[in-house]
Design a protein around this ligand. Structure first.
Ligand code: NAD
Length: 253
């Protein structure tokens, strides 16, 4: 396993914690050099310091110039970027009519515009450098509506669409682009919002998760797929969406 991504250079956005941190750790364990980036630069550095071949960098994906500079910096240091995991994401909780437009835009700025910047600068670099693998962190909310997170779900639907188009545009340049669509995974993104969901919807979160997914997912349920999509083992996969949700999306009830 440590040889699978040997000599590969990877960038993970939003890598300071949660899914990004776990994916960075798994790519590192598979032999890649991983540039862990986050708007929380100290957090990114701390995760990088835990890796065998890790480097940390501050990058706020809302700023297209910062993402472009990041790609330039990594390419200059390592000669190429082989893997981009466009993972950074945020969420807030509010019904459509009560959500200030600034809140809508702030989530789209990270979850859609930030992915666009990450994908486009990585794709440009890879297309001119023999190819690579881009992974976007979408969500099953990109397929189905979800109350109180209209902005988040709309952004994820956009990420899935962007993933497909990017895959088509770069097919002849050896750049594969695939989306991971997790269900509910136990990270701060979820834990911090459970009280709001329970209060607004009058639900018991644990009961909902048990009914829909069997259990709450863990980051380790997602990381093997990320390593697969980053590696040559997925060489004939591009423009695809890969659901990791314990069967939630497949179930009517
Ligand atoms: N946890 C889940 O259930 C779940 C399900 C589906 C999809 N996802 C997606 O997975 C990704 C990671 O989510 P998570 O659960 O690990 O969340 P998290 O809150 O644990 O971690 C998110 C990370 O992104 C960083 N970040 C936030 N804004 C940023 C910005 N502008 N630029 C760079 N970094 C930024 C944060 O600092 C943090 O380190 C997100 O895109 C999220 O939408 C999560």
């Amino acid at each position: 396993m440590t040889e699978l991504l040997k000599d590969k250079i990877a960038i993970v956005t939003g890598g300071a914690k949660g899914l990004g941190r776990a994916v960075a750790t798994s790519l590192d364990a598979a032999g890649a050099t991983v540039v862990v980036t986050d708007s929380d630069g100290d957090g990114a550095q701390a995760v990088a310091a835990e890796l065998v071949h890790g480097e940390g960098a501050t990058c706020d994906v809302r700023d297209d110039d910062q993402v472009e500079e990041l790609l330039g910096w990594v390419t200059q240091r390592h000669g190429s970027v082989d893997i981009m995991v466009a993972n950074a994401g945020i969420a807030t909780v509010a019904p459509i009519t009560e959500m200030p437009v600034e809140e809508w835009r702030s989530v789209l700025a990270v979850n859609l515009d930030g992915v666009y910047s990450s994908v486009r600068h990585a794709g440009r670099s890879m297309a001119g450098n023999g190819g690579g693998a881009i992974i976007t962190m979408a969500s099953i909310t990109g397929f189905s509506g979800s109350p109180l997170i209209s902005h988040y779900a709309a952004a994820k639907a956009g990420v899935i669409s962007l993933t497909r188009t990017a895959a088509v545009e770069w097919r002849d340049h050896g750049v594969r682009v695939n989306a991971i669509c997790p269900g509910w995974i136990g990270t701060d993104l979820v834990y911090d919002r459970v009280p709001q969901f329970e209060g607004a919807l009058g639900i018991d979160f644990d009961a909902l998760i048990t009914q829909k997914q069997g259990r709450l997912g863990t980051v380790d349920d997602v990381t093997p797929l990320a390593v697969f999509l980053a590696s040559e083992r997925s060489r004939f996969c591009s423009g695809s969406t890969f659901v990791v949700d314990g069967g939630m999306d497949a179930a009517l009830v």
